[in-house]
Ligand binder design. Structure first.
Ligand code: NAP
Length: 528
């Protein structure tokens, strides 16, 4: 019998194993892929790289690790991130407790024994006192049910299920469906290789340049000179990163137009998410948001030479409402003669044909189809498991109206089950490794407390869960987030209930709430 079974060997599962094992617990990680690395194993499309600088998107739990690991670029590429995950697995001797190539297909809570009974696709039955779901909020790829998709005669590639051997696009006529973060990263690279590239855009994306390049040695040295203090400063930031830049002291519209423009230009020159942090109210005040959005639309009009194409690329929804894309040459790619933008906002894809697709009654031809169509976020990874809590309650039924949860970590009716970077936590708005370390440390503290007090189970109460969801909704209502169709809301998946799933209140306030619940003897939980 295990103390803890962890599902997933991405960054969450790796740290979970290290932390819980070092507490003397018997821990086993089950991973469906043949490798550790999670999202960085699966998302290997050309151009895949992190959108938060690597000095901030990396583990902080071990000072020797953070001192010794050297990132070659400001924003690490997928292969480098995968090397990092493998390094961590080796360095902390994690592999002996990780079973690869094994998928958890069922987890049922046995009320008599107060244990989780877990079944894998290798017909193994495992029992554990606790289960930690470390499967990531973006691990269930969304393939839209386009009629005729199976009749397409060329390769169909999904950005999140990319082949492991290199794909050569030279001489090919390629189509990309989607213009989210994955598409924005892969489009410039595929465009350089393909004979033609046609991009089918349902909603234009806001993309801000990464200005990626070799990591500056002086910056690395400066941060490493006191890395723990830098990490601590970041943990006090709303997003868990970005402590080197503070917002302007005044709200956007109290600043003169010239000064506002100067602030935006400075942030554009720095790149990445820093633009959204130029002013404190970009995500909470529509006029402030529109000033920032208009600045980016201005950039698009400057970069893209054909005014009609530029206009089609200009988003009209609030900036940051869908996750901001961080790019390298995205808009400029539309100046290439071999690239065509097809706006399908008002003419959805009707069907895929053997040699193309039909939208707005018109057929477009190509021989390779890339679906960069995102994920069934937050709920998809859990609901595809036969996951049942007390009384056989299936997670699909529990979450029929949306992912109810308490502290983003637990679900009423599912005792001793913890979820990492899920709905109800700030993870989607945080450097996810900051969220992972926070969650794992909280869970480790909770398990230690239960054991020290001789308790067998902990379970969120329905009252605490309802209050938490209401709290999350109330915060979301004060922001721009409800005003577009994002994966945060489940709006990208046909038929999914619309509920704002992540918590928008900022990491420090969230961490305080979690700490307070623990301090108060796990307030909001039933403990037996
Ligand atoms: P996404 O942001 O959900 O984008 C999916 C794209 O596909 C959207 O443009 C969407 O249009 C389009 N789409 C979906 N279904 C469609 C349909 N039936 N017909 C036409 N178009 C359709 O997914 P993603 O790009 O994979 O990114 C998801 C998240 O993963 C990101 O927001 C980010 O958090 C993370 N990510 C990060 C990075 C990084 O830079 N490190 C890279 C990739 C992903 P609509 O907008 O109209 O729905």
């Amino acid at each position: 019998m295990l103390d803890v079974l962890i599902v997933g060997a991405g960054f969450g599962g790796l740290y979970g194993l290290h932390k819980l094992r070092s507490q003397g617990l018997r821990v086993q990680v089950i991973e469906a892929a043949p490798s550790v690395g999670g999202t960085w194993w699966a998302n290997r499309y050309p151009g895949a790289r992190v959108d938060i600088q690597s000095l901030e998107y990396s583990y902080s739990f071990d000072d020797a690790l953070q001192q010794q690991w050297h990132w070659s670029e400001r924003y690490a590429s997928q292969p480098e991130l995968l090397r990092y995950a493998n390094h961590v697995a080796d360095r902390f001797d994690l592999r002996r407790d990780i079973r690869l190539d094994t998928r958890v297909i069922a987890a049922h809570f046995d009320e008599q024994a107060s244990l989780w009974r877990v079944l894998t696709d290798r017909d193994e039955a495992l029992s554990a006192r606790f289960v930690v779901m470390a499967i990531g909020p973006l691990s269930s790829p969304n393939t839209p049910a386009f009629p005729g998709l199976d009749t397409f005669t060329g390769p169909v590639l999904h950005s999140a299920q990319w082949p492991h051997e290199p794909v050569d696009f030279s001489g090919r006529d390629v189509a990309v469906v989607g213009t989210g973060s994955s598409a924005v990263q892969l489009i410039p690279i595929v465009a350089e290789q393909a004979r033609t590239l046609t991009v089918f855009q349902r909603t234009p994306a806001y993309a801000v340049p990464a200005h990626n390049g070799p990591l500056e040695p002086e910056r690395e040295a400066r941060i490493k000179a006191d890395y723990p203090a830098f990490r601590a400063r970041n943990r006090r930031m709303r997003a868990g990163f970005g402590c080197e830049l503070t917002p302007h002291p005044l709200p956007t519209m109290q600043v003169g137009a010239e000064e506002r423009e100067r602030q935006f230009e400075e942030r554009w020159a720095i790149g990445g998410f820093s633009l959204l942090g130029a002013f404190v109210d970009t995500l909470t005040d529509m006029r402030a948001n529109d000033a920032c959005a208009e600045f980016v639309r201005g950039k698009i009009r400057q970069i893209v030479r054909d005014p009609a194409v530029a206009e089609a690329l200009c988003p009209t929804h609030p900036i940051g409402c869908k996750r901001l894309c961080v790019d390298t040459g995205y808009y400029a790619t539309y100046n290439r003669p071999n690239v065509t933008l097809v706006d399908i906002g008002d003419a959805p894809i009707e069907r895929v044909t053997p040699r193309g697709l039909v939208s707005g009654g018109r057929e477009f031809g190509f021989d390779t189809l890339i679906l960069a169509t995102g994920f069934d976020a937050f709920t998809g990874p859990l609901t595809r498991i036969d996951l049942r809590g007390r009384g056989g309650l299936h997670i699909r039924d529990k979450w029929r109206g949306g992912p109810l949860n308490y502290l983003g970590l637990t679900v009423a009716g599912f005792p001793n089950l913890f979820n990492l970077v899920g709905a109800g936590s700030t993870s989607a708005f945080t450097s996810v490794i900051v969220a992972i370390e926070h969650h794992v440390d909280w869970i480790a503290g909770c398990v230690a407390w239960l054991d020290a007090h001789g308790h067998a189970t902990i379970e969120a109460t329905e009252a605490a869960e309802s209050a938490w969801v209401a709290y999350g909704n109330a915060i979301a209502q004060q922001t721009v987030f409800p005003h577009c169709n994002s994966w945060y809301l489940g709006a990208n998946i046909a038929g999914k209930p619309r509920m704002f799933m992540p918590l928008a209140g900022g990491f420090p306030a969230y961490a305080d709430r979690c700490a307070a619940a623990a301090r108060e003897g796990y307030a909001g939980f039933a403990i037996r």
